[in-house]
Design a protein around this ligand. Structure first.
Ligand code: UDP
Ligand code: MN
Length: 312
């Protein structure tokens, strides 16, 4: 039968087109998420039916008599899936505090009826985006509590007017967060991305760094260069609502970025945590997050090692 079909003139063309489409699909979405989609390893989420982000949190009223004896289950039983998110009116800090009464000083939370199985630090690089921060905190705290995580939110605030350097703030955040706890997972989080599905667990895979927001593919080269792989949350689960904004002043494109990127292959081992240099201005526990304010100096121009390589 197969051979007979081959006689039809369009057959080969159709076959080639369908194969090309399939290859493109694999390339764009990552093979595993395509297979998961086809074979139904994950439910097909319906984002037209969403639930309030504070659903089920009243179940967490503390009981002074209760004694924790067990670890929380591997998968929290009270997740709801797609969440109702509106980013147009940032709530006040007061409102967020009232809604999250069991979050402790520094934006720390630990489940009250069981021992949190996973310890997660969320690190948010920040400058001059207070309204985005309020929106994110309003959605992120209940999201993490429903996942029954032991967590803290860290906001790393860049002081001064030098060009914003998100990557360096993240490195500072990692170094600082490790002073507070022995985290299983350190998650970098943009202030203007709100997760839309609480099954998108903020925990790390055992072996690999995980890319939570599947749609936001930036800066993966460093992970590849270090010989590590990265796992991705399936696209339909790793959905984020982006808070719209204009380009910030002080966040102009670094005119040296092409040189810097070109030289990543040479300097990635020395450029990062092990050469981290910053001036800590303050550490402060506010009611909803731990704030780290730092002066990280001016934006990088050309790493020394790369410069040497270029000229000699
Ligand atoms: N950011 C910030 N202040 C700035 C610039 C950036 O707080 O002036 C932080 C913030 O967490 C933001 C992230 O860096 O989400 C990424 O920057 P931006 O939103 O400008 O990038 P894009 O929208 O292009 O992804
Ligand atoms: Mn943005």
């Amino acid at each position: 039968m197969f051979l007979a079909r081959k006689d039809k003139p369009c057959f080969l063309v159709c076959l080639a087109v369908s194969q090309l489409t399939f290859i493109l699909l694999l390339y764009r979405r990552g093979a595993s998420s395509v297979f998961q989609g086809i074979f139904g390893a994950y439910p097909g989420w319906d984002y037209s039916k969403t639930q309030d982000v504070y659903t089920n949190l009243s179940l967490f009223v503390p009981d002074s008599e209760a004694v924790k004896t067990q670890y929380c289950p591997v998968k929290s039983p009270i997740l709801v899936g797609p969440l109702t998110i509106s980013v147009t009116k940032p709530p006040s800090l007061k409102k967020i505090q009232l809604k999250n009464r069991y979050v402790q000083s520094g934006g720390y939370f630990s489940p009250r009826h069981c021992f949190g199985r996973y310890r997660t630090a969320v690190i948010i690089p920040h400058r001059n985006r207070e309204s985005h921060l309020r929106t994110l905190l309003y959605y992120l705290h209940p999201f993490l509590q429903r996942q029954q995580l032991h967590y803290t939110i860290f906001v790393v605030h860049q002081a001064g007017n030098a060009t914003f350097n998100r990557a360096k703030l993240l490195n500072v955040g990692v170094r600082e967060a490790l002073r507070y706890d022995d985290w299983d997972c350190l998650i970098s989080h943009d202030v203007d991305l709100v997760p839309e599905n609480d099954y998108n667990l903020y925990v790390c895979d055992d072996l690999y760094p995980k890319h939570l927001s599947s749609a936001m593919d930036k800066f993966q080269y460093r992970i590849r260069l270090s010989g590590m792989s990265m796992t991705r949350t399936p696209l339909n689960l790793g959905r984020y609502k982006m808070i719209p904004h204009d380009r910030d002043s002080g966040n102009e494109e670094n005119s040296h970025r092409h040189n810097l990127l070109r030289n990543t292959r040479l300097n990635w081992r020395d450029d990062g945590m092990n050469s981290l240099d910053f001036h800590l201005i303050s550490r402060e526990k506010t009611l909803l997050y731990t704030n780290i304010t730092v002066d990280i100096g001016d934006a990088p121009v050309m790493p020394t090692k790369a410069r040497r390589w270029q000229f000699f």
